[in-house]
Ligand binder design. Structure first.
Ligand code: ATR
Length: 282
């Protein structure tokens, strides 16, 4: 029987998960597996989850807008998904479907891969934004040993809620107009807002108070170099783009479904970039 896995979202046409997983399936010569897109309307989500096994799916990825709803629909979760109350990876276990969340893993793995000198424990992290992506990043940074997580969000109350919901031990909430104080002495700056994405305006902040050694990263990867990353690069900060988070978050799911840990390579990155119409030099 064909082992099927899918990515569930609405809309789903833009998802690059099939490209990533089918690349690994082919690379490893797995002949009985296929990874598909599944467009699922919110009102059809619960029925879809109930039917997944009958349709031949052994697992799934979950994307916008279903991550929280899938968490609520499933009975079993790993510790990270339980903490975030959001699921991006579904695995079939002997006890039934289990919801996991690998977004934070992907975020950290990307930084470790592309900025080998960087250590979360070396100093405060500044998190801009307080949405779903910010939650995954904040929890992962705490687990990784960040001594302080400074949350800056347009809506103050959402930043406070993030820190409280995750029970972050060393969170500090800053108002938007306190960005300068937040950046001072930081070891990492990460944008988790949608600002900088194609079609949106840039996250336009004054980086002057940020130490030049601080790593700057963005979870937006279209464009690959956001306005923030360009600003940071030009003033001399090390920068890591957000594409690697997408690539790395896929690794634990693939391993759980197919029993083999795939690697994020330059070839895979080039494949996804080519799909975005980007051809990077060496
Ligand atoms: P996701 O789950 O992808 O993180 P989200 O939950 O919609 O998406 O969160 C979007 C984030 O981008 C939020 O932090 C949001 O700030 P608010 O909490 O104040 O809404 C931030 N954001 C979006 N547009 C913004 C803008 N124009 N200026 C500042 N922040 C913005």
């Amino acid at each position: 029987m064909i082992r099927k896995v899918c990515v569930i979202g609405w809309p789903i046409a833009h998802s690059r998960s099939p490209l990533i997983h089918n690349y690994w399936i082919k690379l490893h010569g797995i002949e009985d597996a296929v990874y598909e897109r599944l467009a699922v309307r919110p009102e059809d989500l619960n029925e879809t989850l109930r039917s997944l096994g009958d349709w031949g799916f052994i697992g799934a990825n979950v994307t916008v807008p279903h991550k929280e709803a899938v968490f609520a629909a499933l009975m079993r979760h790993d510790a990270v998904a339980a903490r975030l109350k959001a699921v991006n990876t579904v695995v079939t276990t002997a006890q039934g479907l289990e919801g996991r969340n690998t977004d934070g893993y992907g975020f950290i793995a990307n930084l470790k891969d592309r900025a080998r000198f960087w250590r979360a424990a070396d100093g405060p992290a500044v998190l801009v934004g307080a949405g779903g992506a910010a939650r995954a990043v904040a929890a992962a940074l705490e687990t990784e040993g960040a001594p302080e997580i400074r949350i800056v969000n347009r809506t103050h109350a959402r930043a406070v809620a993030l820190a409280a919901d995750l029970k972050l031990k060393a969170a500090r909430v800053f108002d938007w107009d306190e960005m300068g104080e937040a950046l001072a002495g930081a070891n990492l700056l990460v944008n988790t807002t949608t600002l900088g994405m194609k079609g949106e305006r840039d996250l336009d902040i004054d980086l002057a108070p940020l130490p030049e050694a601080a790593l700057v990263t963005d979870i937006v990867y279209t464009p690959l170099e956001t306005g923030l990353l360009k600003l940071a690069r030009v003033r001399g900060n090390p920068v890591v783009d957000g594409l690697g988070m997408l690539l790395h978050q896929a690794v634990p799911g693939f391993e759980a479904w197919f029993g083999l840990r795939p690697r994020v390579t330059a070839e895979l990155r080039a494949l996804v970039l080519a799909d975005m119409g980007i051809f990077e030099g060496n």
